[in-house]
Write a protein that binds this ligand. Sequence first.
Ligand code: AMP
Ligand code: MG
Length: 520
Amino acid sequence: MLHFDNRFVAELPADPETGPRLRQVHGALWSQVDPEPVSAPRLVAHSRDMAAALGFSEAEVASPEFAAVFAGNALLPGMQPFASNYGGHQFGHWAGQLGDGRAITLGEAIDAGGARWELQLKGAGPTPYSRSADGRAVLRSSVREFLCSEAMHHLGVPTTRALSLVVTGEAVVRDMFYDGHPRAEPGAVVCRVAPSFLRFGHFELPASRGDAALLRQLVDFCIARDYPQLAALPVADGQRDAEWFAQVAERTARMVAQWMRVGFVHGVMNTDNMSILGLTIDYGPYGWIDDFNPDWTPNTTDAHGRRYRFGWQPKIAYWNLTRLAHALSPLFADPAPLRDGLQRFNDAFVAADRDNVARKLGLAGCGDADVVLMQDLHALLHEGEVDMTLFFRALAGIDIDAPSLEPLADAFYDAGKREATRAGFDAWLARYATRLRSDGTPPSARRARMDAANPRYVLRNYLAQQAIDRAEQGDDAGIVELLDVMRRPYDDQPGRDAFAARRPDWARERAGCSMLSCSS
Ligand code: AMP
Ligand code: MG
């Protein structure tokens, strides 16, 4: 039996009005609203790991009650549903009040080890924050959020988690590319799970309205609940708040560095999609790098400026932190600690990036020359149109006494570009081999180090799309198998080579495979 301790609703001010009527909510951080029941909930998939962490047995997961609760048709004792109130900068511009337009938190569960897990339904119906939309989610985007949350967790990237994926039995109409072609799609609800779903935008909204008292209350709450290790620091001279902001910055830096390590592109790094705990949050038009291209974004809604392209993610994260710092400034007598906090982002990112270089190249440590070695490799991977995941995984297998491009040939998408860059790669591999000899890490240790940093399996866009295509035809097995593969991304899994293959040609320009919109 899950135990709930709903601190958010117990300690933070509520909107006096309840229910989903659309409205601007001032002076409050949440509105009470129930999920809207659906006609025919059916559990499509669940995360065994997350279910076990929460103490659900497999028999409980298989029961009709489980599907009912995680579709929004029933509540467990102790649940207190609400939608939270936040704002955000979208694509660089202040967007005002946004809020949980289709997310409804059910409660904060405490697991057997005492850890706190907020359970939140996505797609469970309208809230006061739904604006012009319906509060629902389609199956394709729900499959993508469900699978990627768990895949990222198993890759070692800080992320919100997913417990369950339920189809509702109801249709949801979406115009996928906003081009006048709406169609009815199957609806779904994901239950996502995290210690906290607080976002930068939660702090920005009261600040934008000049409500410093509410901002103060929210910061105190966040520190007490989500950063309890800071509670002992002195409050009076601002030390505690300063250290808190700096730790938010460091966590954000480490999260983005992990994205860069595995080739993840978030796609919509608006400040309402930035977690205060530095967790990857809100899986929408995200994508994975196939051929290495720092300028790539999967998000067609962002195709023009490509603000959220792969290579810009670190600087966008920093910009988002400047927005958070600006929002917090009324609480600081002197802005210097906020500037110091931003510097902690830079320091943490450089350290994490160097750690990536050492781990991905199999070195004991990363010096300045190694950073250049990696930059030069990135330039070659881009120019040669080389698959990032395949290349780094295969790099561990080169013969350092006779380095050659042959073991890496599979990673190229275009034979012409491979030949055009062959001389450059040969020269780079010779430099790398020399560097490995001076490093002295024994070959088996080097291989183990590299295999633990360079995944064999990532949730390539086309793999997710294939599972979605099958699920839309009523066959859930593709989702279940993909989840199982992604549970052990660093292991070679016999018989599962197809999941580690290069993106096929047909997937190059297909909707869902290389192009995604915000429509979900
Ligand atoms: P996103 O770009 O998905 O992070 O969403 C931005 C804002 O739009 C958030 O406030 C969401 O809650 C809201 N939103 C997105 N889709 C829907 C929907 N189908 N119904 C209601 N609100 C939505
Ligand atoms: Mg969002």
